[in-house]
Design a protein around this ligand. Structure first.
Ligand code: INS
Ligand code: FE2
Ligand code: FE2
Length: 317
């Protein structure tokens, strides 16, 4: 008996008893299946590479080591955690709305920011312009959309506040957290909140405080600083999408996007925003160990990008 293996593998419609039309239908189906399979394989491959790629420098677990951080970082957070109160936040927000502090382009703002050394940051000794370019370049390298590259480039420009109305660095840099409800244990150095006047407040000191579960993060007052300030500037003066605005507004809200605190206040929209903020975070954090960018070489590319999303060029800060 001829073994199946010896039979020719060529498909013969007549021999196999199939009408021609039926055969071409079957071939169509096979082609569709093949195309689908191919698409799935490509997607799977993409998913594998979806996680941001960083090759240089430190291991991921070597970032944000606050217990081992130097005194400069520790005393920064003590001061911030003692002074960020509801009363201070209301005052800072009113002051922000009351005037325009400066008018300049995004690139000029980056240059102005360059002299600031961030006291809260245990992971970088580079200048701010270098950090911004490192983040943007890492996003560009991974083939992410242009709006996200620009988000990387500008995300810390809110630190300009330091040169305007700030009382120090404690109301400009560092991680953020909600005020008006109990301070969560998942915020770094949680014990330092004991010195905050709101800590034992009869309403602000309770779990939900002045908020209700599901109220949405847009309705939560986060400690005042560079995120919230830049969010307002960019929202009104650029064409960047909501995901970009969320990346800017919440990128320092580590207790939420990385430690899982305050989830009960989220609404439906925040679920999508959380995914965006989480996708952005590695580019902000881990790019700190990448090569130092060559500012002048990169400038032409980023000038085009800035002009694409800031139609008026000169920004009111
Ligand atoms: O020290 C850093 C730095 O100030 C960043 O700009 C901020 O986004 C981080 O949350 C913080 O940990
Ligand atoms: Fe930041
Ligand atoms: Fe940053």
């Amino acid at each position: 008996m001829a073994s199946v293996a010896n039979q020719p593998l060529v498909f013969n419609a007549e021999r196999d008893g199939l009408a021609l039309e039926e055969t071409s239908d079957k071939i169509d189906i096979v082609n569709v299946l093949k195309a689908n399979l191919n698409r799935e394989l490509c997607q799977a491959e993409k998913d594998i590479h979806e996680e941001a790629t960083f090759d240089a420098g430190k291991d991921k677990c070597q970032f944000r080591q606050y217990e081992a951080a130097c005194d400069r970082v520790k005393s920064f957070y003590r001061e911030q955690h003692e002074k960020q109160t509801v009363a201070y936040n209301l005052k800072a927000r009113n002051a922000f709305k009351s005037k325009t502090r400066a008018e300049m382009t995004v690139w000029e703002a980056m240059e102005k920011l360059n002299t600031l050394i961030d006291e809260s940051d245990p992971d970088t000794s580079l200048s701010q312009i270098e950090h911004l370019l490192q983040s943007a370049e890492a996003i560009r390298r991974d083939g992410k959309p242009r709006w996200m590259q620009l988000t990387g480039l500008i995300h810390d420009l809110g630190k300009l506040l330091f040169f305007f109305d700030a009382q120090g660095q404690w109301d400009v840099v560092g991680d953020t957290f909600p005020v008006g409800c109990a301070f969560d244990e998942r915020i770094i150095y949680p014990h330092t909140f004991k010195g905050n006047p709101d800590h034992d407040h009869e309403i602000y000191g309770t779990k939900n405080g002045i908020y209700t579960p599901g109220c949405g993060l847009d309705n939560i007052m986060l400690s005042w600083g560079h995120d919230e300030y830049l969010y307002h500037v960019v929202k009104d003066q650029s064409t960047l999408p909501d995901e970009s605005l969320a990346m800017i507004r919440y990128h320092s809200f580590y207790p939420w996007h990385s430690a899982g605190a305050y989830m009960e206040f989220m609404d439906e929209k925040d679920e999508m925003m959380l995914a965006a903020v989480r996708a952005f975070n590695p580019y902000d954090l881990y790019s700190k160990s990448d090569d130092v960018p060559r500012v002048e070489d990169l400038k032409p590319y980023y000038m085009d990008l800035i002009n694409e999303f800031f139609p008026n060029r000169v920004v009111r800060w």
